[in-house]
Design a protein around this ligand. Structure first.
Ligand code: MN
Length: 321
């Protein structure tokens, strides 16, 4: 990782200002890594901007609270960002790498250099023409990478940023159950040392009751085949919910692996797969041209129906058992 950090630091020095952007519907990992990079850039004497698409009131309560807590920070929006771009402005995209999933895809039409840093499974829609593209899907979260960078540069975060980042780490690892390594715990300890506030963190992690009940309803309709849970979502859902429900299903007795199927915005059928470790869900997702890791994997399939994918999945599961 030191190679990446070396390269990144020397690249950053070429710019006067940086726009930081995450994915649409930012979560604590996206906004936490944006805040972390913001504070690093300030220390490097490069002017940072946090890009949000919408005005503050249309985000969920968690993001609204974070905006309130960081109201002295430079935020920029769709109607303003063009004024700050010069030939020495860089765009850093965090926690996402697909051109259609970033907070404001049209920004890519600006003449601007781009760095992409992500920890998801690489998709074919990835952003081309970058000055640096780094993706490591074995990392727990984006905040873990930015945390390592902060340690490497010896630039600590404020306690509010450390709090948001710790929350992001916990969401992305599903409370230290997924992709959690010794390094992940070390970064959690680092955020705690910098003053991450447990009460504020718990408040930021609180879930909207209606969202919870909607997910519970999907879970209620799931079924099991031996020790595998399958959940088919025919209604509308938020993009992150497939993975969240797959995580949730693993909590139940006797469940070793879970598969959640739903129709994505882009007309693809998505499958999100999780395992507690004994079943290799990546092998199964590869049968659908997907990928990932043995305990967390996904696939997106074009020109098909939910029913067809559900049937294929059941057949493929039978064949491996
Ligand atoms: Mn993330």
């Amino acid at each position: 990782m030191n190679n990446l950090f070396n390269k990144m630091t020397s690249l950053l020095k070429k710019y006067d200002s940086v726009i930081l952007m995450g994915h649409q519907n930012p979560d604590l990992d996206a906004i936490g890594s944006m805040l972390g990079m913001y504070e690093i850039l300030l220390k490097l004497k490069i002017t940072p901007y946090l890009f949000l698409k919408k005005d503050n009131n249309s985000y969920d309560d968690t993001i609204k609270e974070i905006i309130k807590l960081t109201n002295k920070y430079n935020y920029t929006y769709i109607n303003k960002y063009k004024n700050i771009i010069t030939d020495k402005t860089l765009l850093i995209i965090l926690d996402v790498h697909q051109d259609n999933r970033i907070e404001y895809p049209k920004i890519l039409n600006s003449k601007i250099d781009v760095i992409v840093l992500d920890h998801h499974i690489k998709n074919s829609n990835y952003i081309r023409n970058t000055v640096l593209f780094y993706i490591d899907s074995s990392l727990s979260s984006m905040v873990e990478l930015v945390g390592h960078y902060s340690k490497y540069l010896n630039i600590p975060f404020t306690s509010i940023t450390a709090t948001v980042m710790l929350g992001g780490l916990e969401i992305d690892t599903n409370m230290y159950n997924l992709k959690t390594t010794e390094q992940t715990y070390k970064i959690a300890a680092y955020f705690t040392k910098l003053g991450a506030d447990n009460i504020l963190k718990q408040n930021l992690l609180k879930e909207n009751k209606a969202d919870y009940l909607r997910k519970a309803d999907f879970i209620k309709k799931s079924y099991t085949i031996d020790n595998i849970a399958i959940c088919v979502i025919n209604n509308k859902f938020k993009n992150s919910e497939l993975a969240e429900i797959a995580d949730e299903l693993l909590k139940f007795e006797d469940i070793e692996a879970s598969f959640v199927i739903g129709k994505l915005d882009n007309n693809y059928i998505g499958i999100s797969a999780r395992s507690i470790g004994n079943i290799d869900v990546c092998t199964i997702m590869k049968l659908f041209n997907g990928g990932g890791h043995s305990n967390t994997a996904a696939a997106q399939i074009e020109n098909t129906t939910i029913k067809e994918i559900e049937q294929q999945l059941k057949e493929r599961l039978e064949n491996i058992q």
